[in-house]
Each structure stands twice: as C-alpha cells, then as structure tokens.
Design a protein around this ligand. Structure first.
Ligand code: ADP
Ligand code: MG
Length: 255
C-alpha cells in the first residue's frame, strides 16, 4: 500500500530525515514511536505532502506519490495533523464537511451527507455541529479533525499524535474507533501503552532515522525504552490482551 525508500528530508537548520525506508501493507495499523524531535511529524508531513522529499521515493498504491494530483492523493489519504489553527471561523459541521472537498459533490448529495453524519456520530460530536470550531477546547478540536478525516473516507489514515489533548476516555475511544474502521493507519503515538494496545507493527525513530521495526512484542522492551527514552521500566503482559504493558520505574541508585 505504501512503500517508502531511502527518504531524505532536511530542514534549512540541518535537522530532518535520513534514509527512511518503510513498507506498509493494506490494512496494517502502524505506530511511529520515538522521542520528541525524532522526526515522526516530519515523516508524516512528507507522506501527506506538506513537505517534499529531497531524495528517495514514496510509492502509494503502486504509483509514485509526486505523480498524483493533490486531489487524487486526498482521495487515498486522510490526515489528522497537529495544527489546530484555522484562518476563518468555521462551524464544526463546516470543518467536517471539508473532508468531502476532494469528491466535488453537490451539497445535496445524499451519500455525501450520510458520510458527514456518520463521521459526526462515530466521533460523538453531533451536539457540537453549530458551534464555532475556534471556540472549542483542544480535545474537542482534535475530535472534530478526526471526524473530518473519517468523512473523507479514504483507505489510508495518517494521524500525528491523534490523542494529544484528550483524556484517557477519549484516547481509548479514538483508537478503538480508528481500529474498527479497518483502514491502513500510520500514527505517531507518544504513549507506548496505547501503541502496544492498538498497533500491528511499530517503527522506532531517533534523530531522523528508523532504528528498529517489528511487532509490539519485539519493539516494546526494557532495552529499547532505556536506550531511546533513557527511562528504566518493567514490561509485563497486559492482563486482558497479553500485549506488553509498560511500567516506568525511577532510577534507584541514588535513592
Ligand atoms: P517529532 O514529531 O518526532 O517530535 P519532528 O518531525 O517535529 O519530530 O522534528 C524533527 C526535527 O526537525 C527536530 O529536530 C525539529 O526541531 C526539526 N524541525 C521540525 N520542524 C521544523 C521546521 N519547521 N523547521 C526547522 N526544523 C524543524
Ligand atoms: Mg511531532
């Protein structure tokens, strides 16, 4: 579904991505983990075309991404990015409606309106429809942007820390919902326990490179957490799912 080979991207300051290669099959739920500044957002921005790679290739559904028009790639990929700013004051309904822009439908199209209603309902924001987007809390905005990506109805979803600003109830709700959609998902995820619960496969980023890749069992280990995040931990099987669950420990030497 998505094949990235030797992707290089450098910001003028010199930071960026170095020789990133990733292969994602249709229907996989992929987590990108790694410390702040490791390049997760930069990688996603190269995928959703906010940034253009310096070198390397991104192939989407057997075709080089740069050969798609923006409208064509918007029919394949929905995005929940981290910016919440909006130049104009749209209502929640109008924000979600924007997810349908690439389809060029009439506003009376019943399929279009059903997709919008479905997205609002799935995310549980029907009651916010007439509210002004800019007046919402960070968590509410995040859910509206998720509804917009769902209304876009694409086979691929790119999510940049989708549960930032959300309390644990909505974090779980968002991940369960996204998982239930059965799409190909690439999500930058801060919380290793959440990544462990929902991802099929993880890529670990550090300093603009992918340094490890594998199943959650292979990747979420004491060694990785120590090496990448510099935190001692204990990994135990989740009592329900048996997936690795992380308990963070304090450094005890000086205690
Ligand atoms: P992450 O999402 O993993 O926290 P980012 O992709 O945002 O990491 O950042 C990767 C690196 O690129 C960091 O060193 C960051 O400071 C730098 N960076 C990110 N955005 C920009 C930008 N717009 N201009 C210059 N450097 C940037
Ligand atoms: Mg980021």
């Amino acid at each position: 579904m998505i094949e990235v080979k030797n992707l290089d991207y450098t910001y003028p300051c010199g930071h960026g991505l170095k020789k990133l290669s990733i292969t994602i099959r249709s229907g996989e739920f992929i987590g990108l983990i790694g410390p702040n500044g490791s390049g997760k957002s930069t990688f996603l921005k190269n995928l959703y075309r906010e940034l253009e790679p310096d070198e390397g290739s991104i192939v989407l559904a057997q075709k080089e991404l740069s050969t798609y028009s923006y409208r064509e790639s918007a029919l394949l990929m929905g995005v929940l990015s981290q910016h919440h700013e909006c130049a104009y004051d749209y209502t929640v309904y109008e924000m979600v409606e924007m997810g349908r822009t690439p389809y060029r439908e009439s506003s009376h199209d019943p399929v279009r309106n059903a997709k919008i209603e479905f997205a609002l309902k799935q995310v549980g924001i029907e009651s916010l429809c007439e509210k002004s987007f800019s007046a919402l809390s960070g968590g509410e905005k995040q859910r509206v942007l998720l509804a917009r990506a769902i209304a876009q109805d694409t086979p691929i979803l790119l999510l940049d820390e989708p549960t930032n600003h959300l309390d644990i109830y909505y974090q779980i709700q968002v991940f369960q919902l996204v998982k239930s959609l059965g799409k190909t998902v690439i999500a930058a995820i801060h919380d290793l326990n959440i990544a462990s619960m929902y991802c099929d496969r993880l890529y670990v980023m550090n300093e603009g490179k992918i340094i490890q890749e594998g199943s959650v069992e292979e990747v979420i280990t004491q060694e990785m957490i120590q090496k990448i995040f510099h935190v001692p931990s204990l990994i135990v099987p989740h009592p329900q799912t048996k997936k690795p669950a992380v308990i963070y420990l304090e450094e005890r030497e000086n205690v």
